[in-house]
Design a protein around this ligand. Structure first.
Ligand code: NAD
Ligand code: UDP
Length: 349
């Protein structure tokens, strides 16, 4: 019998790649998502697959389904989006995680949590090993996400200890690739889109802060290895690419790779922006036999091609007004545009 896998947040950037790989691995996939930062466009090509099901659901509310495995990815990941409604971000990561854990408990299902390098806050240990307990400002603008993810880790380990459910917790470091939401404000998507439009790239601060970027295919390989590892491996395990660059270096590289005439503008550094970040992946290497394979320039080229096609498509096809529905969501700064196909999917569900 095929493994029945639930992916919460499956219409998002990483989630949609995961759904694809799970289907390739002969699983049936139920994707639940409230489309806050995810898009039907990401999973449109999967809808006709009989082993794939999409349900528009907010994890803040309980969910019932017979499943064997659960991947919990439901949460906005971009600082811009998770700060629009911090209370909602907090609820998604705490109440939402608890609802997923309850589902795992009822089904005796194995459950995977997509935690984050943000649990280390603005780290004073470098690179960051899993033992490091972090330096998070609990009352800052990023806390709704950082502390929400930390609380979720606590819940996972408490459910594991109290109810014996099998948990798999990974701490994801900055991940990039095709299907990133073009307007969600993350650095790689922002820089590529600005470079492709020959507009100035906005570097926050002096650009000396560092990040280590992992290509999405490598990340999904890590997810699969973790989910299918022996039950004794609970994590947390760092997944990320230790290749560390300053944000200024990233800006220069992207301008160069896009053959762009963009310049670089310096803007104010957001509050609590971590100064450096690089994963220690010793555990992932030794326990999972995993390490990233895609080097940054190769991965960037794939992301650049993706956004280039997207912009070309936007320029070509102006959607007829009658096919467009505006969802007036008070939690979004801008109204979200979805097309008729998405409306049909929603009505169908
Ligand atoms: P994303 O925003 O593209 O995907 C998140 C998905 O969760 C979206 O489809 C969104 O609509 C959905 N979602 C949000 N709130 C929800 C709710 N209450 N109920 C149901 N669905 C909800 O982001 P991503 O980059 O694909 O990130 C996926 C996961 O990985 C997130 O949990 C994120 O915190 C984690 N993560 C990502 C990165 C990264 O660099 N991309 C780094 C660290 C951790
Ligand atoms: N950043 C930037 N310009 C942008 C977007 C982000 O200089 O247009 C910086 C941001 O201040 C941070 C880094 O790039 O130092 C990574 O930002 P992102 O939002 O992608 O991820 P996170 O801060 O969560 O690692």
């Amino acid at each position: 019998m095929k493994k029945r896998v639930l992916v919460a947040g499956g219409a998002g950037f990483i989630g949609s790649h995961l759904c694809e790989v799970l289907l390739e691995n002969n699983c049936t996939v139920c994707c639940i998502d409230n489309l806050y930062t995810g898009r039907m466009e990401n999973i449109r090509h999967l809808i006709s697959n009989p082993d794939f099901e999409f349900i528009n659901h907010d994890v803040i509310y309980p969910f019932e389904k017979e499943v064997d495995q659960i991947f919990n990815l439901a949460s906005p990941a971009s600082p811009v989006y998770y700060q629009i409604d911090p209370v909602r971000t907090w609820k998604t990561n705490t109440i939402g995680s608890m609802n997923m854990l309850e589902l795992a408990r009822k089904n005796k299902a194995r459950i995977f949590q997509s935690s984050t390098s943000e649990v280390y806050g603005d780290p004073d240990i470098h690179p960051q090993p899993e033992e490091y307990r972090g330096n998070v400002n609990p009352i800052g603008l990023r806390a709704c996400y950082d502390e929400g993810k930390r609380a979720a880790e606590t819940l996972f380990f408490d459910y594991h200890r109290m109810y014996g459910i099998e948990i798999k917790v990974v701490r994801i470091f900055n991940t990039y690739g095709p299907r990133m939401f073009p307007e969600d404000g993350r650095v790689i998507s922002n820089f590529i889109i600005e470079a492709l439009r020959d507009r100035p790239l906005k570097v926050y601060g002096d650009g000396s802060q560092t990040r280590s970027f992992c290509f999405v295919d490598d990340m999904i390989r890590g997810f699969m290895k973790m989910m299918n590892s022996p039950a004794t491996i609970t994590g947390p395990i760092n997944l990320g690419n230790p290749c560390e660059l300053t944000i200024f270096q990233v800006a220069e590289l992207i301008i160069d790779m896009c053959n762009s005439n963009s310049t670089i503008d310096f803007r104010e550094l957001p509050e609590d922006d971590p100064r450096k970040r690089k994963p220690d992946i010793t555990k992932a290497k030794t326990l999972l036999g995993w390490q990233p394979e895609v080097d940054f320039e190769k991965g960037l080229m794939k992301a650049i091609n993706y956004f280039d096609n997207l912009l070309a498509g936007e320029r070509k096809e102006k959607e007829p007004v009658e096919n467009v529905l505006l969802i007036n969501d008070p939690c979004l700064k801008n109204n979200l545009k979805i097309n008729e196909f998405d409306t049909i999917q929603k009505n169908y569900i």
